[in-house]
Design a protein around this ligand. Sequence first.
Ligand SMILES: [Zn+2]
Length: 94
Amino acid sequence: MRITNNCPNCGRSMELDLDNLKKYCSYCGSKLMIDVENLSAVLIERERTKQLLSRYEEETIQRTNDSTDKTLAIMMVAICAAVAVIAICSVIKG
Ligand SMILES: [Zn+2]
């Protein structure tokens, strides 16, 4: 599990290695221990992020279903129009 925050040395984003309680900066090479007070804040944030993500995914799935319905409706209209054209043609020929 990795979360980013800012390096106190160069200000760029650091990788947080929560499994090893360390964080490191890939730009300047700084390595620090994660302090536990901040860690609990990070964990709360992580839980909140997870909730937000799952809510976002639900909304995305909902939106995908909507667009699928719309595509199906358009296809049905196109098929009906094609059938109508074929019917009209056969009437004219007959
Ligand atoms: Zn740095």
